[in-house]
Design a protein around this ligand. Sequence first.
Ligand SMILES: [Fe+2]
Ligand SMILES: [Fe+2]
Length: 163
Amino acid sequence: MINKKIEQELNKQLNRELFSAYLYLSMAAYFESENLRGFAHWMKVQAKEEITHAMKFFDYIIERGAKVLLEKIDIPKISWNSVFEVFKDAYEHETKITNFIYEILNLSKNERDYATESFLKWFVEEQVEEEAQTLEIVQKLEKIKDSFTTLLILDHHLGKREE
Ligand SMILES: [Fe+2]
Ligand SMILES: [Fe+2]
C-alpha cells in the first residue's frame, strides 16, 4: 500500500500530464490555423507522448493498490502571437513539470517510499530530454527571428518527427 499523501500527489501528476497533452493539442490547433502543418505535427506527437506519461502514472497508482482519481482538466491557452512564443511557453511548461516531479521525488524520499522514488527516476531522465528538445527549438527560433523562409524550413523539418 501507498501513503495517502503520495497517492494524492501521483494523481495530481497524472492530471498534469493530461493537461500537458491538452496544452500541446491546443498548440497543434493554433499551428494548423496558421497553416504550419509541420509544427502542428510535432505538437500532436508531443501530446501523444504526454498521454503515455499519464498512463504510466495511471498504471503505477493501480499497481500500488491505490485509487486513480481523475480530476477536471484545466482549459489550455488557445492563441499565441508567434511560433517563438508557443515554443517558449512549451519550454517553460516543461520546466514547471520537472519541478513537480522533483517535489514528488522529495516527498517519496521523506516518506521512505523507495518504490515511488525508483518509479520517478524514469521521469527525471525524461524531463531532461523534454527540456532539451524544446529549448533547442526555442534557440533556433531565436536565431530565425523574422525570416519566414527559414521558419518554413524548420516547419518542414519538425514535420518529420516520428511517433
Ligand atoms: Fe510528461
Ligand atoms: Fe512533457
